[in-house]
Design a protein around this ligand. Structure first.
Ligand code: SAH
Length: 276
């Protein structure tokens, strides 16, 4: 019986082996097809999984002879996971909150996750801003989240959209309705795949901080937000003129190329005005 099956989950719940914790947003996958489609997207032999739960995805990953590094926060699931998979020498369990754990691998990895949706953004940020050689991130997200992060303009456009599109390409792997989980959540999901194709020629973390400050006050003008970021109105106008961007425009109308151009100009400006 596959772990990602209704029978398995109901049995485990009725025997009190697992009890879905609301606080940790535990909704267990009960559709094996979703598991297969998700795992099919993982290109690497080394896989990092965040939030294995009772191991629905982990089982399939290990079966395919991949090496798995799984991060699980829920202490009560640890013995279960150990019991289930300890006979695989390729199974490595990291206990604790992924957001607080060291996340560095000196070999190429694939990343996969079905995590609480309140954590999607911080988890994706930690993954994408790390220095790891990540080939792809395959992650279950709330359907609306996918619709937001693929926007390239407008109110749903923001730092994460820009980061993702600069690093690679975003695809929808499979739409997953709420009925594929137990307990049934109140939203529908989509498995997305971010294929990493590019490495940025500048410091990603610093660039991401820059994007966040420009989007801090969405309704304000570009020159306004840039002035706060640079702590100088004069500098902001000079730089905007240099890169031919309209100071009265709003950030949500700028393309990812505009942001890169602006960021590079700022770095050059700071460099050329630095006193040694
Ligand atoms: N992937 C499983 C479980 C999904 S439920 C499945 O598809 O069935 C989400 C899982 O993420 C739970 O096991 C929960 O305990 C775990 N989790 C929640 N927050 C976490 C965090 N910060 N770090 C690691 N795991 C976390």
């Amino acid at each position: 019986m596959a772990i990602a099956s209704k029978e398995f989950i109901i049995k485990a719940m009725s025997e009190n082996i697992i009890n879905a914790k609301k606080k940790l947003s535990q909704n267990f996958l009960i559709n094996e097809e979703v598991v297969l489609k998700t795992v099919d997207e993982l290109s690497q032999n080394n896989v990092v999984e965040i939030g294995p739960g009772i191991g629905s995805l982990s089982e399939e990953i290990l079966k395919r002879n991949k090496v798995l590094y799984a991060y699980e926060i829920d202490k009560t699931l640890i013995p279960l996971l150990k019991k289930q998979f300890s006979f695989y020498p390729s199974f490595h369990l990291i206990e604790g909150d992924f957001l607080k754990q060291d996340f560095s691998y000196d070999f190429p990895i694939s990343v996969v996750s079905n995590l609480p949706y309140s954590l999607t953004s911080p988890i994706l940020e930690k993954i994408l801003l790390s220095d790891n050689d990540i080939k792809e991130v395959v992650i279950m997200v709330q359907k609306e989240f996918y619709l937001r992060i693929k926007q390239t303009k407008g109110k749903d456009y923001g730092p994460l959209n820009i980061l993702i599109s600069l690093l690679g390409k975003l695809d929808n792997v499979i739409n997953v309705s709420r009925n594929n989980f137990l307990p049934v959540p109140n939203v529908d999901s989509t498995v997305i795949k971010i294929t990493i194709l590019n490495s940025l020629e500048f410091d990603k973390k610093d660039f991401y901080r820059f994007l966040n400050s420009l989007f801090l006050m969405r309704r304000k003008t570009l020159s306004n937000n840039l002035s706060s970021y640079l702590k100088s109105k004069e500098k902001a106008f000079k730089i905007l003129e240099k890169v031919s961007l309209d100071p009265s425009s709003r950030c949500e109308t700028l393309s990812k190329e505009d942001f890169v151009k602006l960021y590079k100009e700022i770095k050059d400006y700071n460099f050329s005005t630095k006193t040694i």
